[in-house]
Design a protein around this ligand. Structure first.
Ligand code: SF4
Length: 443
């Protein structure tokens, strides 16, 4: 089995929320803790020699922060990254220099990542000089030719602004490979390029992977691109990996409801194609005040009702949506009272009717209906907190109470890891690593 280049274990990266000096002083006086953004919040996976992994997810899911941590542009808040077995945090200066030579990053926007005052030649020669690598001109020429910027000499004295967008990204690739690194993190490498230029740059990246025997971590929201480029794919949501496995398996048979929704959002050439599409509603949750339980539960179309109550899935989703609105304080009772047209707010029956029409269109029965009626009465009387508690007591699901680990699940393939209670846990395994047999390990 191929060697592990990187082992990422429980990686966390939190950023303090910037605050003004008054807020900072008030907090110091009150002894409160500063808010933090949980950008990456417990990510584990490994990267093998010659392997390509894709990190996917909506904007803000933590994929770029993860990628930047891999090349040590961020130091972890917690957890560990090991490069060929050595933790980055324990490296001495010589080891760190070696690591920096072997770990390169290609950024989304080549114009921003390239120094506008450096010529093409100096842009590529700079890393050679930093790492005291000889044979400079020959290496610069070779890197440029590899990136199909040729004849190389014609580009030597040009500046980034004199190049087209595609040429600039080729220059960034030439700079990344000139030190012959072990691995590259490519963050949305073609998303800023004109569609007509993307295929050319992608085929260059593929050639780079093959010819240099590189491991690559691709970061992208574009699942079609990752499907084409990656051996494995990790789907991230709110700073966590929620599903990881072989790319073909994950794309053709997604297990996590979030993965399914992402795939369903990819346009298909045939609009009549027979697919039960899942539409993903709502927005990514608050990365400061992270919800308990499953982080996807507020948007999940498959949220699991408690075992002991019999309720239709869609009716259940409506009730939990109402509960979360009450908890978040996002239920707009003023507009409901306005539609009731009762400035004294005494017609509680009409208020409840309007509330149901807006949020609870599916019928419930028995105790479920009684509990909802009690909660609506509480809302009508202005006790939103009490109403949320009433609903929570009856309807809280395992998805709300227990944070699902990303791990092997009994009813999912052996080499897949999923963080979802829809699948039975198969024991506490470090879910996202690969073992000696090339599949996930139990370590
Ligand atoms: S754990 Fe529950 S809420 Fe989370 S993805 Fe699975 S079914 Fe949905």
């Amino acid at each position: 089995m191929a060697n592990r280049i990187l082992e990422v274990e429980g990686l966390k990266k939190h950023f303090p929320v910037s605050e003004g000096w008054i807020a900072s002083m008030m907090r110091a006086v009150s002894g409160g803790e500063q808010d933090v953004v949980h950008a990456v919040d417990g990510v584990s996976f490994d990267l093998l020699e010659g392997e390509t992994i894709g990190l996917a997810g909506e904007s803000g899911c933590g994929k770029t922060t993860t990628g930047m941590s891999l090349v040590k542009l961020h130091d972890p808040t917690d957890g560990e990254i090991r490069y060929r077995g050595t933790p980055l945090g324990e490296m001495d200066e010589t080891e760190l220099a070696g690591f920096r030579q072997n770990a390169q990053m290609i950024f989304q926007d080549p114009f921003e990542s390239l120094n506008p005052r450096m010529t093409v030649y100096d842009t590529i020669a700079e890393p050679l000089r930093i790492h005291d690598v000889g044979n400079e001109t020959a290496r610069v020429r070779r890197a440029l030719e590899f990136a199909e910027l040729q004849p190389a000499e014609q580009f030597f004295d040009q500046y980034p602004h004199e190049l087209s967008g595609g040429q600039r990204q080729r220059l960034a690739i030439a700079r990344a490979i000139v030190l012959d690194p072990d691995f590259i993190v490519a963050d949305e490498p073609v998303s800023m390029l004109d569609v007509s230029l993307r295929a050319g740059v992608l085929s260059l990246l593929e050639r780079m992977t093959e010819e240099f025997g590189l491991s690559v971590v691709y970061i992208s929201h574009d699942l079609s691109l990752l499907r084409h480029m990656c051996d494995r794919i990790a789907i991230m949501y709110m700073g966590r990996i929620v599903e990881i496995g072989d790319t073909g398996d994950v794309i053709t048979d997604p297990k996590h409801p979030y993965t399914r929704a992402l795939i369903d959002a990819v346009p298909v050439p045939d609009p009549e194609a027979d697919r039960d599409r899942v539409t993903l509603g709502g927005e990514v949750g608050d990365a400061i005040d992270v919800p308990a339980g499953c982080r996807f539960r507020k948007r999940c179309p498959s949220i699991i009702p408690p075992e002991d109550i019999d309720v239709d899935q869609e009716a259940y989703r409506e009730v939990t949506d109402l509960q979360y609105r009450l908890e978040d304080g996002t239920l707009d009772t003023d507009s409901i009272w306005e539609s009731v047209g009762d400035p004294n707010r005494s017609d509680l029956a009409s208020f409840k009717r309007e509330l149901r029409a807006e949020y609870l269109t599916r019928g419930l029965s028995g105790t479920n209906e009684d509990v909802v009626e009690t909660a609506l009465q509480q809302v009508a009387e202005g006790d939103e907190e009490g109403a949320a508690e009433t609903l929570d007591e009856r309807f809280a699901s395992i998805c709300e109470r227990t944070d699902p680990a990303v791990e092997r699940r009994a009813d999912v393939g052996d080499d897949r890891r999923v963080a979802c209670h829809l699948y039975e846990s198969d024991g506490p395994v470090a879910a996202t690593r690969r073992g000696e047999d090339g599949v996930a390990a139990d370590d």
